[in-house]
Design a protein around this ligand. Structure first.
Ligand code: MG
Length: 278
């Protein structure tokens, strides 16, 4: 519940496309704008113990922090190595993808920063984009090239790996392995509540009109092996990016016109349309 900020939507602005969306938004819920000073905001991670939300403003090389108790927004970290996706691990620590340093890091409880991954087979990662932690403490992340395509949200460079993979960091050894190698630009990712499914967005459309703008889903097998890849949903407006699932396995994903909500069978059942402010 957000207590502060300007209300921009009421429940009547929810867009129901399927009866299975009915009743999902809380009847009294409203959406409030809490900050509008980002070039673009990405990678929200909520810390329930402290009641604050951290997110990235990659082009401005900073991370911001919304304090739920006071409503204040402040700089959490700057410079932030053009951070992008963030998540909270099972021990309540912040895990961050950094375009600028081309790595995935963890901010420890004492504030020190541990590098979890910055290379694969001795080649630098491209620019890790989004990250999720499984209950076995394995860390899964995507590595498209957006942070090295230009200096806008990172530092322009050639890809050393020459491809954009999805990776898994082993919880025991820390070894980094490829779990999927056939994405054009892998982006947001998340597990189903039972962790038997992994969903991964492909935003390859940014690099070619014939490339994917969709979300795929995989079966997750013991040891982290993925199988049975299939397209879960095509994005009908812009691109999917970051997303999460609710306790019933519905996908709540970013898209070009707001939040799209998909039933576990892939049907787009509703939207929360978010107006943009010039
Ligand atoms: Mg992303």
């Amino acid at each position: 519940m957000l207590l502060h900020g300007r209300t921009i939507l009421s429940v009547s602005d929810y867009h129901t496309l399927d009866e299975r969306f009915a009743g999902l938004p809380c009847p009294t819920a409203t959406i409030r704008k809490v900050f509008d000073g980002c070039d673009w905001a990405e990678g929200p991670a909520y810390f329930p113990a402290g009641r604050y939300l951290v997110w990235s403003d990659a082009p401005n090389d900073r991370m911001l922090r919304y304090d739920e108790a006071s409503g204040a927004v402040s700089v959490f970290r700057q410079p932030a190595n053009n951070s992008n996706g963030n998540t909270v691990d099972r021990q309540g620590r912040l895990v961050t993808c950094e375009h600028g340093m081309r790595r995935v890091t963890r901010t420890e409880h004492d504030g020190t920063i541990t590098v979890l991954a910055d290379s694969f087979e001795s080649k630098r990662l491209n620019s890790p984009n989004d990250v999720v932690v499984k209950s076995d403490n394995s860390i899964w992340f995507t590595d498209p090239t957006y942070g090295i395509d230009s200096d806008y949200e990172g530092n322009k460079a050639e890809s050393e790996i020459g491809a954009s993979y999805v990776y898994r960091i082993d919880p025991q050894t820390g070894d980094v392995s490829v779990v999927c190698d056939d994405f054009v630009k892998p982006n947001g990712l998340a597990f189903s509540p039972d962790e038997r499914l992994l969903y991964v967005v492909d935003t390859g459309r940014t690099h070619g009109a014939d490339n994917p703008a969709h979300m795929r889903v995989f079966d997750v097998n013991p040891g982290g092996r993925l199988s049975n890849s299939r397209v879960f949903a095509n994005c009908s407006n812009g691109l999917f990016d970051g997303f999460r699932l609710d306790t019933e396995g519905r996908v709540w994903t970013s898209a070009g016109d707001g939040v799209h909500v998909c039933h576990p069978d892939g049907t787009l059942i509703g939207k929360i349309l978010i107006p943009s402010f010039a």
